[in-house]
Design a protein around this ligand. Structure first.
Ligand code: KIV
Length: 281
């Protein structure tokens, strides 16, 4: 496979009008499979809280949860750019703490960049992390870590005032030095406008085709996650149903003594067994 994808590659892809493909991964085999499929970028997202750990929302995800999964993914990836999500409250307790946590994700997780949710309110943290030499991906629009203040998973930026704030936030983050920006659940027209006004790539999720790239949660795309998927998800597989079917067959075969068969069994010669059975007599 050719050279490793970097944050500079992402910028170049925008300049060359090449769309960027990204997906999430939370473990070693998925990281490896996405990488060998040729994905450009992998996000170890805090969505792992819901799709892997069974939490109610992403506010329950801790730094330890993230580091554990980021390490596993990065071991399986040699080509794609890997980004580690900074979890809830890991960049809200003072600038030193934000830099320390971003540093742990890079140093212990072995990824190339971190992602933070929010706009001008986290600008000083973003600047300090970038100053420490850590590339930052921004995330605006629907920011799931703020679910309790947003009041639900709704489209963002529908009023002129909200839209203005999003544009200002996007420009402020670009000026602070982020290398790419996730736009989640932003109306397609607004995402298009923001993408045209930035020189860094935008990565859309539920934000239309005008973004410079797209990202989805892999468990939604493959039909592994059995909970409700948002409307913007397109299912490219039904792996959850396949797993259930395969496991039901296994259960039936165990109960009916069809598994293990001859092919899965090992034997010794009868003479040895006779000795064992007769050994006590
Ligand atoms: O946590 C995550 O998976 C994300 C993506 C949905 C962008 O933030």
């Amino acid at each position: 496979m050719n050279k490793r994808i970097t944050t500079a590659t992402f910028r170049k892809m925008k300049q060359d009008k090449q769309k960027i493909s990204m997906l999430t991964a939370y473990d070693y085999p998925t990281g490896k499979m996405l990488d060998s499929s040729g994905i450009d970028g992998i996000l170890v997202g805090d969505s792992l809280g819901m799709v892997v750990l069974g939490y109610e929302d992403t506010t329950q995800v801790t730094m330890e949860d993230m580091i554990h999964h980021i390490k596993a993914v990065s071991r399986g990836v040699t080509h794609a750019l890997v980004v580690g999500d900074m979890p809830f409250l890991s960049y809200h307790m003072g600038i030193a703490e934000s830099v320390r946590n971003a540093g742990r994700i890079i140093q212990e997780g072995h990824v190339q960049a971190v992602k933070l949710e929010g706009g001008q309110e986290i600008l000083e943290d973003v600047k300090a992390i970038i100053k420490a030499g850590i590339p930052v991906m921004g995330h605006l629009g629907l920011t799931p870590q703020s679910i309790h203040s947003l009041g639900g998973y709704f489209i963002q930026g529908k009023t002129a005032e909200q839209a203005q704030k999003l544009i200002q936030d996007a420009k402020a983050l670009e000026e602070a030095g982020i290398f790419a920006l996730v736009l989640e659940c932003v109306p397609a027209e607004l995402a298009n406008l923001i993408s045209s006004q930035l020189s860094i790539p935008t990565i859309g999720i539920g934000s239309g085709k005008g973004c410079d790239g797209q990202i989805l949660v892999t468990h939604d795309l493959l039909g592994i996650y059995q909970g409700k998927s948002p409307r913007f998800v397109k299912r490219y597989g039904e792996i959850g149903t396949m797993i259930e079917k395969a496991v039901s067959r296994y259960i039936q075969e165990v109960k009916q003594e069809l598994f293990p068969g001859e092919k899965q069994s090992f034997h010794v010669d009868t003479e040895m067994m006779e000795k064992l059975y007769g050994g006590g007599k």
